[in-house]
Design a protein around this ligand. Structure first.
Ligand code: SF4
Length: 236
């Protein structure tokens, strides 16, 4: 699967709980009607301004090895290194909400509307994550159509900047995928512009290859242990 992926703005709109969770409010918490209204406004602004789009390139294990090594700054052992060599299929991807949501956030900060700016920032982050999930599902559907998915297949994404895969890995990823085709560029800091974007590797293989222990040396500093939640979601 290769090329540009188009999405509808309505597809990436995050749930109220996902937005509030990015504000540090646990799902199910009762909030004031003012916070509720801010959350709804933020999601409305996103719907009006997001232009979700992505790029994807399948890649062989051999080619990915060179990309993963990147600038030589990865941790000695990482989940992605332990998993990709057991994969059946790999694809690199990058997705973005486009420039406008960020401009809307900046506009609110400049006009001192910090509450809405902050809520919009939380909503855009949740939408970018949702968009990455849609890209993952799109690849899984493509594999299914090609007869490459069985009952035991698990498809999961991994990103530079997380779990020991250094963020400088973005450099070679971008050189392979060419996200400039969708207006997404890489800054010298390896952060993406627009910022509300996600890049990474989608790994498809036996579901259990993704079941990594959360005991890598850097896991001591991890606040979320989100890998466990991601694997549990895969097995539902
Ligand atoms: S515990 Fe945190 S750092 Fe360690 S693998 Fe899981 S998500 Fe990554």
């Amino acid at each position: 699967m290769t090329g540009i992926l188009q999405f509808m703005p309505a597809e990436v709109l995050p749930s109220r709980d996902a937005v509030l969770e990015n504000q540090g409010i646990a799902p199910g918490t009762v909030v004031t009607k003012e916070i509720d209204a801010l959350c709804r406004t933020a999601i409305d602004v996103l719907e009006a301004t997001a232009v979700p789009v992505g790029v994807m390139e399948e890649i062989s294990e051999d080619d990915f090895r060179g990309i993963y090594d990147g600038e030589g700054r990865n941790e000695p052992r990482t989940p992605v290194a332990d998993v990709y060599m057991q994969a059946d299929h790999l694809a690199l991807f990058a997705v973005t909400l486009g420039k406008q949501p960020e401009a809307e956030i900046a506009k609110r900060f400049q006009s001192n509307d910090f509450a809405l700016a902050s809520m919009l920032d939380a909503a855009a982050s949740a939408a970018a994550d949702r968009l990455a999930g849609l890209a993952e599902h799109r690849y899984e559907r493509n594999l299914r159509e090609r007869g490459c998915v069985t009952e035991t297949t698990g498809v999961l994404r991994y990103s530079p900047g997380y779990c020991g895969w250094d963020i400088s890995g973005q450099k070679r990823l971008f050189a392979f995928v060419h996200p400039d085709r969708i207006g997404l560029i890489l800054r010298d800091s390896f952060l993406m512009e627009p910022l509300k974007s996600v890049s990474g590797l989608i790994i498809a293989g036996l579901r259990n290859i993704h079941d990594r222990p959360d005991t890598y040396p850097f896991c001591d500093r991890c606040e979320t242990h989100g890998c466990r939640k991601r694997f549990r979601a895969l097995t539902k």
